[in-house]
Design a protein around this ligand. Structure first.
Ligand code: NAI
Length: 338
């Protein structure tokens, strides 16, 4: 029996990193039938600025997607595809595990960073409710609900328990947004009571940014509303070497879409130098989600081995190899059975 997975390569460097990732996943021997579909800025314009139905139909059937980045026009044009997809499929939990990587020089090479971030994915300022009250006066609505806050908090604590994590920090700005962020915090506290073995802490988002830069080792699991989660998770990616290596997953009750954290990188698209590590590591999460934990482990350790060796790294992490050379090195390692 083979698994069915919807593959959305995206645009910019998306098709390059998607092809590399498919090759690496196939090298693990896990049988996957890919339903490869186009989803880009262009298809969106052609389909009346909605996610094309064929994408939704495929994901309804497969329930699992692997997605590359999609370009979003700034200040006008269509909404972010990612935001639309997350809303349409109720992918309420954005999960980003970030760990120090062997062989990558970052400003924090001497500290071991191992942080898993859970970001509420469906509301907050991403509700898309903006209004021009009068000319040159705009309001953007920040929506926080008890239901969505409890759901993400429960998801994060369950995950923390299953993976033996020791501490959860809820991140907020409830000193200013007393109602909205206050509700988020109350929900986190309520859920935390059911997990007495996990230390529960709260931290204001601006202080969190500073503490992450000064003492990243104190953090274990971060639980955040949407916008803080978006910003903080890129900051944490920067601690371990940048967006090119960090994986992500968007998970709902029925579907899961695994995607790289980075964008479509138009500055390097088509040059054959994009780093596929982020999407490959997202595929590691996907394999684990499918129950293929051994294949997930083999792919992860092959990637880490190639980094530790340092011979076939892409330019964004200080190497000179292209996407294909890096991928070949990962595949050789998988075949050797690291
Ligand atoms: P970006 O992540 O595309 O690029 C930022 C910088 O990081 C660039 O210098 C780029 O070359 C580099 N970079 C990113 N990924 C890389 C990789 N895998 N290998 C090597 N270098 C890499 O962010 P930017 O420029 O802000 O966004 C470009 C477009 O991507 C925008 O239209 C944005 O809306 C979209 N985007 C899409 C996302 C998604 O589909 N999940 C997420 C973030 C942005």
């Amino acid at each position: 029996m083979s698994y069915q997975v919807t593959l959305l390569p995206g645009d910019g460097i998306g098709p390059e990193v998607a092809q590399a990732t498919v090759r690496a996943v196939e090298a693990t021997g896990v049988p996957i039938e890919w339903d490869c579909l186009e989803l880009s800025s262009k298809t969106l314009e052609a389909h009346g600025e909605e996610i094309p139905e064929y994408v939704i139909e495929s994901l309804e059937r497969t329930r699992v997607g692997l997605k590359g980045p999609v370009t979003t026009p700034i200040a006008g044009g269509h909404q972010s595809v990612n935001v639309m997809l997350r809303k349409r499929l109720e992918l309420f939990a954005n999960v980003r595990p970030v760990r120090s990587f062997p062989g990558i020089r970052s400003r924090y090479s001497d500290v071991h960073i191992d942080i898993v971030m859970f970001r509420e994915n469906t509301e907050d300022l991403y509700a898309g409710l903006e209004n021009e009250v009068i000319r040159d006066v705009i309001t953007s609505l920040k929506v926080i609900t008890r239901a969505a806050s409890l759901r993400i908090a429960r998801f994060a604590f369950e995950w923390a328990r299953k993976h033996n994590r020791r501490r959860v920090h809820a991140i907020h700005k409830a000193n200013i947004m007393k109602l909205g962020d206050g509700l988020f915090l109350r929900c986190c506290r309520e859920v935390a009571q059911d997990y007495p073995e996990i230390e529960y802490k709260e931290m204001i988002v601006d202080n969190t940014a500073m503490q992450l830069v000064m003492r990243p080792e104190i953090f274990d699991v971060l639980l955040m509303p949407n916008l803080y989660g978006d910003i903080i998770s890129d900051l944490v990616a920067g601690l371990v070497g940048g967006l090119g290596i960090v994986p992500g997953a968007n998970i709902g009750e029925r579907h899961a879409v695994f995607e790289a954290v980075h964008g479509s990188a138009p500055d390097i698209a088509g040059k054959g130098i994009a780093n596929p590590t982020a999407l490959m590591q997202s595929a590691v999460l996907m394999l684990a989600h499918l129950g293929e934990t051994e294949a997930a482990r083999r792919l992860q350790s092959a990637i880490e081995w190639v980094y530790a060796e340092g011979k076939y790294l892409t330019p964004d992490v200080g190497g000179t190899a292209g996407t294909a050379e890096f991928t070949d090195a990962v595949i050789r390692q998988i075949q050797k059975g690291t």
